[in-house]
Design a protein around this ligand. Structure first.
Ligand code: ADP
Length: 509
């Protein structure tokens, strides 16, 4: 092979091009200048190829800046430092790819969650609307059924069989009403719709109310009922008297239901503790009835849980009462305890901390018994009542009830007609349904309260409605109703309310 003449300048040029360490490696092998030159050519070519690869890598990486993130770098067979770099880079891309996949999954999950949240919010809204209309739609016809049955039952010419059948219808209707109310209450508690109010109240009046409500049931079952409020219980307490009475009603109703005839039922209220800010009260309802098996003492507080499944048929109720009692008690910051011995009796104890300070006092009026004693008032002229009610059956029912009390009743089918009727006539009182076509009872009442004629704008208005969801009771006062009566109504409390409000207006009481 012909030897190439080696020029020192060429050698130096190559040396400048290549890495000094590698050159030193080669030079130390101690070969001839020619050999060194060949080595240098080889090394120089190697360096050129590395430079080309490095350029390609740089170009590749620049692509990443433009968004082409997941382009892996090729690994050569040389397994040199460039390959080590490429492998490191590829690992980084791999990690990035994993992170991006997780991020995408996370973003999809968040989007799904947001969609789900929107869906459940809209579902909850439609559920509320559904509950409000269900309450109205079921309670309104039920009002018709129960009202007419009651009127029929007063008919003296009824034979015993018909009377018994009517009593069955009434009982079934009453049970259905309790169940509907319980379900609606539970839904309201669970959706956080129940707001608690801090009102001044008197336990003696609350127990009086209980007495009045259960007198008939207690008498029918020949029970002995005693009620004791210990002297250390302050005469005025602050709390949600309506919710407290709801708790009491449920417990006493159960005690009456689950105690065989001639039983003993006791209600006791005592002050457990007094601090600077609270009065802790204990309410105890005790009976000597059928008792509750030990293994059921916890589960009776679960919805629809009953010791025996035939309760709803034989005693009424759907197993929701104690669930409501427990939830309400806990909402008020209290707790419920139960002790029971099978076939001996049960003892329910509610421990309730009541604030001494009124926080959100809605009204400082002390809760009054639901059924006011009928005032002994005789009016020289007939009372004129305007009834705004769209349901035909309810129109007839109210008219019949008022007829019996010699009260004149003019009926209109919506709020707009009610406002017009008030402008054109003189009424002593208005019975206003809330949900009506054309114009609802809220709007009509607001318009009447805004009339220039002071005599007309101050007419007593009773809201007579089947809506029990939402804040109807609270709204009633702010909108300008003088009273709120829920349907199905009690005929006596309706007429006594009419007398009471008309008397107040005429300055007779
Ligand atoms: P309901 O009375 O509508 O069945 P509750 O939730 O009020 O539903 O009560 C659940 C169950 O607990 C009742 O069905 C009954 O079996 C039992 N229970 C409640 N109170 C008493 C009581 N005072 N004595 C015996 N059993 C009771």
């Amino acid at each position: 092979m012909e030897q190439k003449k080696v020029n020192l300048d060429e050698v130096l040029k190559l040396v400048r091009e290549i890495n000094f360490d590698e050159f030193q490696n080669q030079i130390t092998t101690g070969n001839s200048l020619e050999d060194v030159y060949q080595e240098l050519v080889f090394l120089s070519n190697k360096m050129k190829s590395k430079k080309e690869r490095a350029d390609a890598i740089i170009e590749h990486i620049s692509g990443c800046y433009e968004g082409d993130f997941f382009n892996y770098l090729p690994i050569s067979e040389n397994r040199d430092e460039l390959d080590v770099f490429c492998m490191g880079f590829n690992t980084y891309i791999e990690e990035l790819e994993h992170a991006t996949v997780s991020k995408n999954k996370y973003e999809i999950a968040i989007k799904d969650l947001l969609q789900e949240k929107e869906r459940s919010e809209s579902l909850s809204k439609s559920k509320d609307v559904f509950m409000a209309s269900m309450s109205h739609e079921i309670r309104t016809p039920l009002n018709g059924i129960l009202g007419f049955v009651e009127l029929l039952l007063k008919n003296k010419s009824l034979d015993d069989d018909s009377k018994r059948h009517l009593e069955f219808i009434k009982l079934s209707g009453d049970i259905l009403l309790v169940i509907i109310n319980d379900i609606l209450d539970l839904v309201k508690i669970e959706t956080g719709e129940v707001a608690l109010f801090n009102r001044a109240f008197d336990f003696t009046i609350l127990t009086q109310l209980i007495n009045e409500t259960f007198t008939k049931k207690i008498k029918d079952k020949k029970h002995k009922f005693s009620c004791k409020i210990e002297p250390n219980v302050p005469p005025t307490l602050f709390g949600d008297s309506i919710r407290i009475s709801q708790v009491l009603f449920n417990l006493i109703n159960n005690a009456i239901k689950f105690t065989p005839e001639k039983g003993k039922i006791r209600l006791k209220v005592k002050l457990l503790q007094e601090t600077e800010t609270t009065h802790t009260i204990a309410i105890i309802v005790k009976d000597n009835g059928i008792g509750i098996p030990e293994d059921k003492l916890e589960s009776i507080f679960n919805p629809f849980e009953q010791v025996t499944t035939d309760n709803s048929r034989t005693k009424g109720g759907a197993g929701l009462g104690l669930t409501i009692v427990k939830k309400l008690t806990e909402m008020m910051g209290g707790k419920i305890e139960v002790k029971s011995v099978l076939n001996s009796g049960s003892r329910f104890k509610i421990i309730l901390p009541l604030n001494k300070i009124v926080e959100n006092q809605f009204s400082s009026t002390v809760v009054k018994p639901k059924t006011m004693p009928m005032p002994e008032i005789t009016f020289d002229t007939k009372i004129n009542v305007l009834l705004a009610e769209d349901n035909r059956i309810n129109q007839i029912l109210v008219q019949k009830v008022l007829d019996k009390h010699n009260i004149n009743c003019i009926t209109v089918a919506n709020g707009q007609l009610a406002v017009e009727a008030v402008k054109d006539n003189d009424f002593d009182l208005i019975l206003m349904d809330i949900m009506m076509p054309v114009m609802d009872g809220y709007e009509a009442t607001t318009l009447i309260r805004g009339l220039k004629d002071k005599e007309k704008s101050s007419i007593p208005i009773i809201a007579l409605t089947a809506i029990v969801t939402g804040t109807v009771v609270e709204d009633s006062a702010t909108i300008g109703f003088d009273k709120y009566i829920s349907k199905p109504f009690d005929a006596e409390s309706l007429t006594s309310s009419i007398y009471e409000l008309v008397s107040l207006k005429k300055g007779r009481v």
